[in-house]
Structure formats: structure tokens, C-alpha cells
Design a protein around this ligand. Structure first.
Ligand code: ADP
Ligand code: ASP
Ligand code: MG
Length: 437
């Protein structure tokens, strides 16, 4: 049977009983589909706090508070005593399990099992609500088919085999519901696809069932041309190419998880970003088509560390860059941006876990300067190498903002700048005014 749509609803879209009821109305169009749900907004953050408080006296009040939210939610969600009882029983069982987990010593695996309860709660309660309304639906546990390998990457063959089997066992079912974010790792332990990873679940499933489209429903009318939380006057972008969307997501546009573009792009499945609160708004369509030229949007990513390695012998000595990159590889630390000159190389990273060790090793290659609290500002669009005018316009916006690094020419889709985080909002607003107003 052909699954035509994947519809993923994020935390705010299912953040209350009223919102869940609204989503139930949105999905009711008779298409064959898989619904992917996140945890209710706030729940994953609370569960992180609970996981970080295991075996302390803080943990009981945290659990009690979160449970109260769900008890209240259940009473608002259902009409019939049978449904209330069914959902209450489920909530009780989840919190009983959480009570057991918080007695364990902290470990990343314990934390992941605690975090998984958020998506289990939202999907079960939503399914119970649909059943109460006599909607024919089937909850398919993500833990029955979503597998990642030892690097945390999806194992497509296994997911395909297991998911296809489940779908084939339910040949007449048109509406499936599953959890975003959660999965099983190579040791068959509960794991996840990183924070915000429900988008990734949706695109992995979409690519496996070869859906016609993957819809990401959230609380805003599509990808805006700048961060709406920081900049005034942002507007939704109607169409984005996969590459543009990937750059924007990777460099900070929170609306989309960066990993979720690739599976869709590989199968050429369009991704639509839609607004649960305003379902008729056009949103953003991400596909292979390009319907614009020039810059379409700007994004920013904080928490960047820049590392400059100065060495008089860089360009003369071949092998220098390999040595430098090897050190980052040895510590499994990806490099975001890179620029070089005759006397050295500057790179940026967003993971400081091994910064001290990396710095120590790099000192064998030259003098090392580290600066933390940097931000990447990324200007995205169609910027092929013969473009005239855009580059100088972009630079104009930085007239009174110090730029630490510039990266251009790596692809036809972006120009990236490193600035101090304290200059971020000013840079975003100035770029916005220069490029879009
Ligand atoms: P969900 O919980 O549905 O996954 P997210 O909070 O992950 O939603 O993503 C939606 C939020 O992303 C929006 O509320 C908005 O504040 C933020 N955001 C950041 N940059 C952008 C952008 N360029 N366009 C749209 N939204 C953005
Ligand atoms: N609930 C998870 C989180 O908050 C996954 C998601 O919402 O995409 O990160
Ligand atoms: Mg999200």
C-alpha cells in the first residue's frame, strides 16, 4: 500500500489538549499517511532536568510536577470515563517507570530512556483521543523499526525491512501514528536522533516509504528569511532548494533539523513547512526547483569557537593541512568553516568537548589562538561564482561590525561570516535591512 504523506507535528503543535484536538482535525483528509509526533512542548526539557537530577532530592518534585501536567491534560482531552481511565493508566505506567529510572545512577543510556517517555506519552494520548472519536488509526512504536548504528546514524536497510513489514501487516490501515526522535541503538538500547530530531524521523520514514511529500507542521508559517525571534520584519520564504534549506538549518534556522534534508533530497521528495496555528497559510516548499535568484535568507549559529593556527611554513610545507585536520578527526570534532592564508589557517568548531586536547596537539603545528563565544552568520541563496554585486552588498552590512572570518566559494549557496556573539543581532538586522528592505 502506498503511503502518500508523512505529517510531523512538533512540540507546540501537540502542546496541550486543545492543540491535540486541533491536530486531529488537520490530519482527517482520508489520505494514507504516517503521523510523527514530538513530545508536548516543554516535556523533553523537563525530562532532561529529571535525568540530570537522578538520585537527588530534587527529582521527586520534578516528577510530580510533570505528572500533574499530564493528569490535567488527560482530563481536558477526553470526554468518556473509559478514555480518561485508559489514558490515566498509561500516564501512571510511564511515571512508575520514570520513578524506577531515577533511582539508577546517571548514564547517557538512562538519560535517553528518560527522554523517550515524552514521545511515548504524546503519541499514546493522541491515539487514545482518536480512538475515542472512532477514528480508525494504528500506533506503530518507533522502537519496533527505527534503528541507529554505533555512530547514531539511521540504518536504512533495517528500518526499511521492519517498517515495511509493519505496514504490510496492516494492508487496509490508512492512518498510522508513531513517535519522532526515539530509536534503538546498535545494542538495542533506547536512544534518540538528537534534540529536535523528530524532523529527521519524518524524513527517514518519508524516504523509506517513498512518500509524495513530507510535511513538517510547527508554530510558524514556514522558513522566514531571518530569525523571527531576533529580527523585525522577517517574512516567510515560499520556495527553497534542498541545498539552501540544508545550509539554513545547519547554520541555525531552528525550524528545521539539519539532518532531515538529506533523506528527502536523495529521493527527491518535497518537504513542506506548515503552520498548525494557520493551516491555510502557504508555508515553505523545499524541493529541487529554484524559483529565485540571489539571497533568500539569513541564519545564525551560536556557540562557535574559532581556532587560528599560525605557522610560517604553512604553504611551503605540504602536509600541514592534513596534519591539522587529522587532529580534529582524531577527536571526532567536525570543522564548520575554514579559511587559509600564507601564514596560517583558521577553523571553527561547535563542539568544545575536546578543545583542550585539540589545542595541545595543534601547538605542535604552530602558534594557536582560541576564541570562544563566536557566531556564524550565514547568508544563503543562489550565489554562483559569476554573481556580481551581491558579495559587496553583503559586506556593506558589516561596515561597523568586526568580521573575524569570511568563507565564500565553498558552494554556490552561501557566504558565511564569523562575528563575536555580542554582535550577532546587530549583524542580522543590518544584513536584513541591506538585503531585504
Ligand atoms: P517544533 O517544536 O514544531 O519542532 P521548533 O521550535 O523546533 O518547532 O521550530 C520552530 C521555531 O523555529 C519557530 O517558532 C521560530 O521561532 C524558530 N525559528 C528560528 N529561525 C527561523 C526561521 N528562519 N524561520 C522560521 N522559524 C525560525
Ligand atoms: N522532543 C524532542 C526535543 O524536544 C524531539 C523533537 O521535538 O523534535 O528535542
Ligand atoms: Mg523542531
Amino acid at each position: 500500500m502506498k503511503i502518500s504523506k508523512i505529517q510531523k507535528f512538533g512540540g507546540t503543535s501537540v502542546g496541550s489538549a486543545a492543540r491535540m484536538k486541533h491536530v486531529a482535525g488537520l490530519i482527517d483528509d482520508g489520505d494514507t499517511k504516517i503521523i510523527v509526533l514530538s513530545a508536548m512542548s516543554g516535556t523533553t526539557n523537563s525530562l532532561v532536568e529529571i535525568a540530570n537530577s537522578v538520585r537527588t532530592e530534587r527529582v521527586s518534585p520534578l516528577l510530580a510536577h510533570l505528572k500533574q501536567t499530564y493528569i490535567q491534560m488527560v482530563s481536558e482531552l477526553h470526554k468518556t470515563p473509559e478514555s480518561i481511565e485508559k489514558s490515566t493508566r498509561f500516564v501512571d505506567s510511564v511515571f512508575e517507570h520514570l520513578n524506577h529510572l531515577v533511582q539508577k545512577t546517571y548514564s547517557p543510556i538512562v538519560e535517553k530512556e528518560i527522554l523517550a517517555q515524552g514521545e511515548l506519552l504524546s503519541t499514546h494520548l493522541f491515539t487514545h483521543y482518536l480512538q475515542e472519536k472512532n477514528v480508525d488509526c494504528k500506533l506503530i512504536p518507533a522502537l519496533d523499526f527505527m534503528h541507529v548504528n554505533e555512530h547514531g546514524e539511521p540504518v536504512f536497510d533495517r528500518i526499511d525491512a521492519d517498517l515495511t513489514k509493519i505496514i504490510n501487516q496492516n494492508p487496509t490501515q490508512k492512518l498510522f501514528i508513531t513517535q519522532g526522535f526515539i530509536c534503538l541503538n546498535h545494542n538495542a538500547e533506547i536512544d534518540n536522533l538528537q534534540r529536535g530530531g523528530s524532523d529527521y524521523t519524518a524524513s527517514i520514514i518519508g524516504s523509506i516509504v517513498n512518500a509524495d511529500e513530507i510535511q513538517i507542521w510547527t508554530d510558524i508559517d514556514g522558513m522566514h528569511n531571518n530569525d523571527p525571534r531576533l529580527v523585525e520584519g522577517t517574512k516567510p520564504v515560499r520556495n527553497l532548494q534542498f541545498e539552501e534549506a540544508a545550509e539554513l538549518a545547519y547554520f541555525g534556522a531552528k525550524i528545521l533539523h539539519p539532518t532531515c534534508i538529506l533523506p528527502a533530497k536523495e529521493k527527491n521528495i518535497k518537504v513542506r513547512l506548515l503552520n498548525t496555528m494557520q493551516p491555510t497559510a502557504e508555508g515553505t516548499t523545499i524541493s529541487n526547483e529554484v524559483s529565485h535568484s540571489g539571497i533568500v535568507a539569513i541564519a545564525a549559529k551560536d556557540g562557535i569557537t574559532s581556532i587560528k593556527i599560525k605557522s610560517g611554513r604553512m604553504l611551503l610545507a605540504y602536509g600541514f593541512l592534513r596534519e591539522v585536520f587529522q587532529i580534529f578527526e582524531d577527536f571526532q570534532t567536525p570543522i564548520d568553516l575554514i579559511t587559509t592564508s600564507e601564514v596560517g589557517v583558521s577553523v571553527t568548531i561547535d563542539n568544545n568537548k575536546h578543545l583542550n586536547e585539540i589545542k595541545q596537539k595543534l601547538e605542535k603545528c604552530g602558534t594557536v589562538f582560541v576564541e570562544k563565544n563566536m557566531t556564524i552568520i550565514c547568508v544563503v541563496g543562489q550565489i554562483p561564482s559569476d554573481t556580481i554585486g551581491i558579495q559587496s552588498k553583503v559586506l556593506q552590512a558589516f561596515q561597523d561590525i568586526p568580521i573575524r572570518m569570511v568563507s565564500y566559494g565553498g558552494s554556490n549557496y552561501n557566504i558565511s561570516f564569523i562575528v563575536r556573539s555580542e554582535d550577532k543581532i546587530k549583524a542580522l538586522q543590518k544584513l536584513h535591512n541591506t538585503l531585504f528592505l
